[in-house]
Design a protein around this ligand. Structure first.
Ligand SMILES: [Zn+2]
Ligand SMILES: [Zn+2]
Length: 349
């Protein structure tokens, strides 16, 4: 089936309209009419070949929500008309220890929603900046939010699970004091989720102008990290730090805020490494530095259900597909609160 999409033919070319083909719906497949697709920083890195190995044409987009339009004969978990989501993963080996544990995100053969290997034409996966997608049922999530919130649910599929998974893995909850570093697409979700989990949330930003916005998102305290007195007020007080910043920065200043046995988990992916932290920052209080990448399929479902139950969605700005190049430029300047979402109905025009 031919569908309309928005993508790029080369890393130095803007995104433009294109026709792509989707495979027919196999026995275990779900056909989805895409309603909205969130715009993630990874999309920019991939489509502009800032990460190795971009294949063209490249159609980004891995924060997909829409309605089921067809199901294969063996599909039991979804039916036509259901509201569903697809995140960063559309396939994996389904056999390894990671897949068996529902941690498909760590499978060595995980297939990304775009730029991943597939037998479908053109030989690599094409993402959600498009009208339709066909995905194996295992990687399709149920959405139980009210339909009018659907556009704002889209960013949960990457920004939401990327922050939810580490907060859960490190058992964040009532009685914990949690730092969220960076208030962008990821950080704004981290603040909302950590708050809903019952933690005391301290947001860290380099920008005085984000102080009120961070409070509105659910931060109990906001620290402008350039202010040494404000930083010092939280010394050795945090149980956990979720660090969403994707630019290299000084980790030692943040380690100083962790209590004994505290952990800082990195979810931002800088193009060049952070300066190495002082080993003393770690050994003096048995602190840990960790990383985390998106989340598995069962946990993504758990996150969507948690967000529906707690009324959590992303803060979004809706755009037309042909506004994507301008949206990228604004994202690079940090000029979005906090996620762009493409209305895919604009592809039909
Ligand atoms: Zn993403
Ligand atoms: Zn696997």
């Amino acid at each position: 089936m031919t569908v309309k999409a928005f993508g790029a033919y080369a890393g130095d070319k803007p995104l433009e309209p294109m026709d792509i083909s989707r495979r027919s719906v196999g026995p275990h497949d779900v056909g989805i009419e895409i309603a909205f697709c969130g715009v993630c920083h990874s999309d920019i890195h991939q489509v502009r070949a800032e990460w190795a190995g971009t294949l063209y044409p490249c159609v980004p987009g891995h924060e997909i929500v829409g309605r089921v339009s067809a199901v294969g004969a063996h599909v039991t978990s979804h039916k036509v008309g259901d509201l569903v989501g697809v995140g960063c993963i559309v396939d994996s080996c389904k056999r390894c220890d990671d897949c068996s544990d529902g941690l498909e995100n760590y499978c060595d053969h995980m297939v990304g929603t775009y730029n991943g290997p597939t037998p479908d034409a053109p030989g690599h996966t094409l993402g959600g900046y498009s009208q339709r997608i066909v995905v194996h049922e295992r990687y399709v999530l149920r959405v139980s939010h009210p339909e009018e919130q659907l556009a704002a649910v889209a960013p949960l599929l990457c920004a939401g699970i990327t922050t939810y998974s580490p907060l859960r893995h490190w058992n964040v909850g009532p009685g914990h004091k949690v730092g969220v570093v960076g208030i962008g697409g990821l950080g704004h979700m981290g603040i909302k989720l950590a708050n809903a989990m019952g933690a005391h949330v301290v947001a860290f930003t380099t920008s005085e102008s984000k102080r009120q916005a961070a409070k509105a998102l659910g931060a109990h305290d906001v620290v402008v990290s350039r202010n040494e007195d404000e930083m010092a007020a939280h010394t050795k007080s945090l149980d956990f730090i979720l660090n969403t910043v994707a630019a290299p920065h000084d980790l030692d200043a943040l380690f100083a805020l962790l209590k004994r046995d505290g952990t800082m988990t990195l979810v931002g992916a800088p193009a060049t490494p952070h300066p190495s932290p002082e080993v003393f920052s770690l050994i003096m209080k048995r602190r840990s530095l960790a990383g985390s990448m998106i989340g598995g399929i069962p946990e993504t479902q758990e996150m969507l259900d948690f967000c529906a139950e707690h009324g959590i969605v992303a803060d979004i700005e809706m755009i037309r597909a042909d506004g994507i190049n301008e949206a990228y430029e604004r994202m690079l300047k940090g000029d979005v609160k906090y996620r762009f979402v493409i209305d895919t109905a604009s592809l039909a025009a």
